[in-house]
Ligand binder design. Sequence first.
Ligand code: 2HG
Ligand code: ZN
Length: 478
Amino acid sequence: VSAPSPDTPTATAGASSEDPLAVALVEEVGASHVLTDADLRAPFETDWTRRFSGTARLVVRPADTAEVVAVLRRCHEAGVPVVPQGGNTGLVGGGVPRGGEVVVSLSRLDELGEVDRQASQVTAGAGVSLATLRAHAAEAGLNYPVDFAARDSATVGGMVATNAGGIRVLRYGATRSQVVGIEAVTVDGRVVSRMAGLVKDNAGYDLAALLTGSEGTLAVITRARLRLVPSFGERVVALVAVEDIDAAQRLLAQVRAGAPSLEAAEVFFAEGLALVLRHAGGITPFATDHPVYLLLECAAHRDPTEELADALGEAAEVLDVAVATDGPSRARLWSLRESHTEAINAEGIPIKLDVSLPADAMVTFVERVHTVVAEVAWSARAILFGHLGDGNLHVNVLGADPDGHEVDDAVLRLTVQLGGSISAEHGIGQAKLDWLPLYREATDLELTGSIKQALDPAGLLNPGVLVPRPARAGHRPP
Ligand code: 2HG
Ligand code: ZN
């Protein structure tokens, strides 16, 4: 263990004195925040799905923007690549090392500013969790509108870096729609800051929008200025059983047109519900099983139950319906949808595809996806669920070799053939990198490469993620 910093005299986590970069980083952040021991690094080296892992040279945990500057300068001087990491809840291997990088964990940047009620905005450090941010907004009588199941662990930096979506995109947009300002550190340790909170600001390129969704490949995000929305006190959730995805879409179009208070429209299928009931518990509100379930939530200042009921009307598509208005009952219905990820992980390591489709291709996709998966992996099964209101399906394939590429290839080719996107909300990471050229045209990829070259000429920021690069010796494709 190298010389402990003055503030951590009993540090044991510290870096091996044999690694000069570790010694340099200890000088910047203190020995207890430079993790070189394998068991201390381990939680930062494998992603949530367990499909992606790699060995980091070390993990460093700066406390604030100034320390991020110092860390990036040191890594840049040493020519060592870095992998920024937030709550490590990403699902495409974008926040874990490929091998030999420095993992820069932003979790200690957890400063949360006072809510600016006049502007309806708040400034949050990269390490603030989504749950903390949402609770903080709620205390001020406002709402941070992005939300998803990993809320307790996912952090602002990771959400901005991936343009996280979630369950309320239908009404409020994804993270990019909430980002009013950003502070980030360039690969060589310069700070770029646009934190004035100006909603209208047309003075040049929108760097905040560019960095949002850049997956740690252009700069390291340290703070964000975020938009808040009104907090609605009245909510209703309806779980509607329908015959097939076609019926779910027809019904959703009807509810969308009739209920302006609609804020979520999620879908899941019988196979997924069975897994949830087996692994995550919960009870179905229905006496019999149904093929497809549409979960709808409306929110308003006045009880939106009647509005939703009117919008559903006497629709023939509705086979059965369960309605919940109080908090615990709503949460019970939501957990049937939100527990899918966890229940699937309990069965094995899934191959996760996260696609979006044009509305008129959704039925064909759902019909064909099981066949294309079976053709390449006879023992595999595809569990579908997702955000029907955004045309976004999560295809989770169990029973296939997680190191293989055939299933990804089959599902993503089908998606592109049908006019969809190979990543709706989870990003490209390392998981989808090989398929980006299938989806984006050559000129598009050239421009992407130019932007990367301009901001990170040496390719030290999250290499192997999002930006295709020529194959190099020893590099194993995802
Ligand atoms: C969700 O919608 C998340 O619950 C996770 O995006 C999806 O596990 C998945 O594939
Ligand atoms: Zn999702």
